[in-house]
Design a protein around this ligand. Structure first.
Ligand SMILES: *[C@@H]1O[C@H](CO)[C@@H](O)[C@H](O)[C@H]1NC(C)=O
Ligand SMILES: *[C@@H]1O[C@H](CO)[C@@H](O)[C@H](O)[C@H]1NC(C)=O
Ligand SMILES: CC(=O)N[C@H]1CO[C@H](CO)[C@@H](O)[C@@H]1O
Length: 579
């Protein structure tokens, strides 16, 4: 602007000079010469002698000189030969910059008489500059979902040359996503634009490095390059994806709370929050209180409650994975609880008959059922009782067993049995349950009372007082209860002449015998009879024993002394009343 103003100022000075002098070369229009820029100084431009039609020596005589508008001594005039040559190399870019054509105006001034010869020198461009990008690298951030056809303006290169020698075309290194088109925006400059040919996929390629080349139209052409870094920006175009759509795991039912059951994992190809996965858990069947806990960040599923195979033997979970952009993926988890032998067999008595009567063949004592809540071997059972007992176990359907007597029992030999039923499962470790059944054997009157002796001999001193207890008989009965309650009785004597009933009596309860009258040895020295013992069974059983009563003599008759008569106080051992 300032340079232009100065030039305008100088032109006006020259114009004023011309007007003042009122002199001009008639018929001389402005001449135009041209040179290439950058040619050596001293190169020929024009022969002014010829062009001005002056005689040799006239230039010198008239003190011709070349005046350029900017007063730069770029041209040199040889006054002798009239040759106008370059005083220096011309740089079109320095002289005119982007202005095209580049024209240098100058005048040839002559004195005596005054003459002005106007001319101009066209400095022609050569392709001495290559296109140059302002930066060695430019970065573009392009969302991966940009549709094909989207245009991304790029920074243009600069070429100081003009015209054809300026940039004509841009190109990009071969790639499958972009091409470059060269735009003309009407200001004569060429702008590169990156055009998307194919959709980008950050997950496939997140960064592209392309080389952008600017080519000028010189001959030969020159080029400049810059790197184009294309960062493909993530958009949440990928949902989290589980490594497995379905996880199937087994967990021992005795696993402790906190045990790791399964670790699920989902991958999201996006980046940043779009790729941050968090998990959440759903029970397929809604549970009252949850059994598992999911770590929403790690995907680890852990136990938070003790398992019980017998209550729930499997679980189905759904796990969702969400990314930060709201997309989600799903997987399902089947958890099979593996039974551990943690349940002892159980025994339930359905019916129990006790006491059972003795002497009966094969009597059912108990009906019971066994079960084990475990499964498989852990739930298989064996059932047994002591083998020294007169009982056997009979299995029947549905794990029912009957306990029956193995033949007739004898209450008198054993009236009570402690039967231990042992149920053992086949798990590891083996678990067993014991159940004791007390079996009482009830009495049947199968034993008659038995006297302690088959016969009894009782001595009675004569002259006894009436109702004297003269002895006892005793019988025992091994039966029980009424069957063992013995009643004694006197049996009718075989000799009906013996007045037994008037001689003795028996206490029916305890077998005590009493003499009813005072016995007289001299009249009855001995007698015998049978006693009976009868129980209260139904029917009653009885037995008998023989009782012999011997009457002992007492000195109830004074001795009859024959010789000598003696005072009664005198000892007399030799003589007795005859018996
Ligand atoms: C620009 O360059 C491309 C490839 O290098 C070429 O196909 C195209 O014809 C050129 N355009 C011009 C106007 O030179
Ligand atoms: C039965 O036997 C078991 C063990 O052998 C014992 O523990 C239990 O006390 C016994 N029962 C009776 C009533 O004697
Ligand atoms: C015959 C006789 O001498 N009797 C006498 C026996 O003893 C009593 C007394 O103890 C006498 O009184 C009797 O005279």
């Amino acid at each position: 602007m300032e340079a232009g103003g100065e030039r305008f100022h100088q032109q006006r000075q020259v114009l004023i000079l011309f007007l003042l002098l009122g002199v001009t070369f008639a018929g001389w229009e402005s001449r135009r010469y041209s040179v290439m820029e950058e040619i050596e100084s001293g190169s020929f431009v024009a022969n002014l002698v010829k062009d001005l039609g002056l005689g040799v020596g006239e230039l010198a005589a008239r003190e011709a000189r070349v005046v350029s508008e900017d007063n730069e001594p770029r041209l040199q005039l040889d006054l002798q030969t009239g040759k106008l040559t370059l005083n220096e190399k011309l740089d079109r870019e320095e002289m005119c910059g982007p202005t095209d054509p580049c024209v240098m105006h100058f005048q040839v001034l002559l004195k005596k008489p005054l003459g002005v010869f106007r001319a101009e020198l066209l400095v022609r461009d050569i392709n001495d500059h290559a296109p140059e990008f302002p930066e060695r690298e430019m970065t573009l951030k392009i969302p991966e979902n940009s549709p094909p056809g989207t245009v991304f303006p790029l920074k243009k290169a600069q070429d100081l040359d003009v015209g054809n020698n300026n940039i004509q075309n841009y190109s990009i290194s071969p790639n499958s996503y972009f091409h470059v088109s060269t735009r003309n925006r009407g200001d004569g400059r060429k702008y590169p634009e990156l055009v998307l040919d194919r959709e980008l996929d950050r997950e496939k390629q997140a960064l592209l490095r392309l080389t952008l080349t600017a080519l000028d139209g010189g001959s030969p052409p020159r080029s400049g390059t810059t790197q184009v870094r294309i960062l493909v920006l993530d958009i949440n175009d990928n949902a989290p994806e589980f490594a497995q759509a379905h996880y199937q795991v087994q967990v021992l039912e005795n696993s402790p709370v906190g045990a790791l059951v399964v670790k699920v994992s989902a991958r999201d190809l996006d980046t940043g929050t779009n790729g941050e996965v968090s998990y959440s858990l759903f029970y397929s069947s809604q549970e009252m209180s949850p059994t598992f806990e999911l770590n929403s960040l790690s995907g680890e599923v852990r136990l938070i409650k003790k398992l019980d195979f017998e209550t729930v033997s499997s679980y189905d979970l759904d796990i969702d994975a969400f990314d930060g952009g709201g997309l989600s993926g799903k997987c399902s988890v089947s958890i099979e609880v593996v039974d551990v032998n943690d349940n002892a067999p159980e025994l339930t008595i359905s019916s129990l008959t006790s006491p059972i009567p003795e002497n009966s063949p094969e009597t059912e004592v108990a009906l019971f059922r066994i079960r084990d809540r475990d499964s498989g071997e852990n739930g298989k059972m064996t059932c047994s009782i002591q083998d020294d007992l007169p009982f056997i176990l009979k299995p029947s359907e549905e794990n029912f067993y009957t306990l029956v007597t193995n033949g007739a029992l004898d209450r008198e030999s054993k009236a009570e049995y402690n039967v231990t039923i042992t149920v053992t499962d086949l798990g590891t470790p083996r678990l067993k349950t014991e159940h004791n059944i007390i079996v009482l054997v009830s009495d049947v009157n199968d034993n008659a009372p038995a006297f302690t002796q088959t016969s009894y001999t009782l001595w009675v001193r004569e002259n006894n007082s009436p109702a004297l207890h003269i002895g006892s008989v005793s019988a025992t009965d091994t039966d029980a209860g009424a069957n063992a309650q013995v009643t004694y009785s006197l049996l009718p004597p075989p000799d009906p002449l013996v007045p037994l009933a008037s001689l003795v009596s028996i206490n029916p309860d305890n077998g005590h015998l009493f003499a009813l009258t005072s016995l007289d040895y001299e009249a009855l020295r001995a007698f015998e009879f049978h006693v009976g013992a009868t129980d209260r069974g139904s029917p009653a059983l009885s037995s008998q024993a023989l009782v012999r009563v011997l009457v002992a003599d007492a000195n109830d008759n004074a001795p009859f002394v024959l010789y000598p008569l003696q005072n009664a106080s005198a000892p007399c051992t030799e003589w007795h009343a005859a018996v």
